[in-house]
Write a protein that binds this ligand. Structure first.
Ligand code: SAM
Length: 248
């Protein structure tokens, strides 16, 4: 979930504005300050980080790759990659696969705008980092990763409605242990569910980043149409507003 300006209080905005100043004037090398991230990161982003950690622990003993739909700047993707390296350094079979246009929303369906009130609804909305930028972060992570000669992270660029079915076609071995749905929109969420859920064994986890979020009703509609909300036990964490999940 990216910050929705309408949801920020003036105190939130003041904090987001001040953080740059505090970070720039703090002691320590850039690398030391980055490693000291809790000093600067917002309470909300630490909550999101912990949610990802809790989710990862649930799939640690489930075979299958991690598929993230919606990469933005790569925070989630690199969190899962680093958690995998920390907790299962010899598991070179589990890949972390990120799907994104790397150019923001490619299209928006009327099931997104009807009832939705996000200020990001436009083609190119929610554009994050360029793919090369995320690839540089992956190369940085690879520098001291165990079994670094076998690639861990894959970036798949383009509209997921086309790239996801093609990826499966080209990778018939794929088993998915974690499907992280974070494209915010109806169509790519529906396609991701139709493509990847049949590849998920029992115990695998689907994460929803915008379920029950008024801004982006498309995700709820896609989940209801493809899986049926009443068929799922959907749980959440008390320390993050958006993340919810179901264990298959
Ligand atoms: C909320 S952001 C993802 C946040 C990310 N998971 C994180 O860890 O910060 C949503 C992303 O979905 C991508 N996206 C939306 N629709 C897409 C589509 N049809 N195909 C591929 N990417 C899409 C956008 O480009 C954007 O980067």
């Amino acid at each position: 979930m990216i910050r929705e300006p309408k949801n920020q209080s003036s105190a939130d905005r003041a904090q987001f504005e001040r953080v740059e100043e505090v970070f720039n004037s703090s002691a320590g090398t850039l690398s030391e300050r980055i490693d000291g991230f809790p000093k600067f990161a917002s309470r909300q982003s630490i909550g999101k980080f912990l949610a990802r950690y809790e989710i990862f622990k649930k799939i640690l003993h489930v075979n299958g790759s991690i598929v993230e739909c919606g990469v933005l700047h790569g925070a989630g993707l690199l969190t899962f990659a680093k958690l995998s390296s920390l907790f299962e350094p010899s598991n070179h079979v589990r890949k972390v696969i990120g799907f994104d246009t790397f150019e923001g929303f490619p299209t928006i369906h009327e099931k997104d705008t009807k009832g939705g009130d996000s200020s990001h609804f436009s083609v190119g909305g929610l554009t994050g980092s360029a793919m090369d930028d995320v690839a540089n972060a992956v190369a940085l992570y690879d520098l001291n990763r165990p079994i670094a000669h076998i690639p861990k992270v894959e970036l798949v660029k383009g509209d997921l409605c086309e790239t996801a079915p093609r990826y499966l076609e080209e990778n018939p071995h794929l088993v998915v242990s974690l499907l992280y749905l974070d494209v915010d929109l109806y169509e790519p969420t529906a396609v991701a569910l139709r493509t990847f859920v049949p590849r998920m064994p029992r115990g695998a986890v689907i994460v929803f980043d915008e379920l029950n979020a008024k801004m982006f009703p498309g995700e709820t509609r896609a989940v209801d149409e493809v899986l049926g909300l009443k068929n799922l036990k959907i749980e959440r964490f008390p320390f993050d507003s958006y993340v919810s999940y179901c264990v298959l």
